[in-house]
Design a protein around this ligand. Structure first.
Ligand SMILES: [Zn+2]
Length: 65
């Protein structure tokens, strides 16, 4: 278990817990990620940046302010 709680979120960003549609691995990502994010486990594309927003490919299973 990665200790993400030790990271301090910036006010303008959120952490999202996203479930990979392919292997169901849950992964914590930034809501305003400016880069492509791939699943740590199977390499499936999970987040695609688009004009300041992020297109989340997987199912969002949690949100952290
Ligand atoms: Zn995966």
């Amino acid at each position: 278990m990665v200790e993400w709680n030790k990271l301090i979120p910036r006010p303008e960003t959120k952490f999202l817990s996203v479930k990979c549609p392919k292997c169901e691995n849950e992964q914590i990502i930034f809501s305003s990620s400016a880069t492509l994010v791939y699943c740590n486990k199977c390499g499936e594309l999970l987040v695609e940046p688009s004009g300041g927003k992020s297109i989340i490919k997987g199912e969002i299973v949690g949100e952290f302010e």
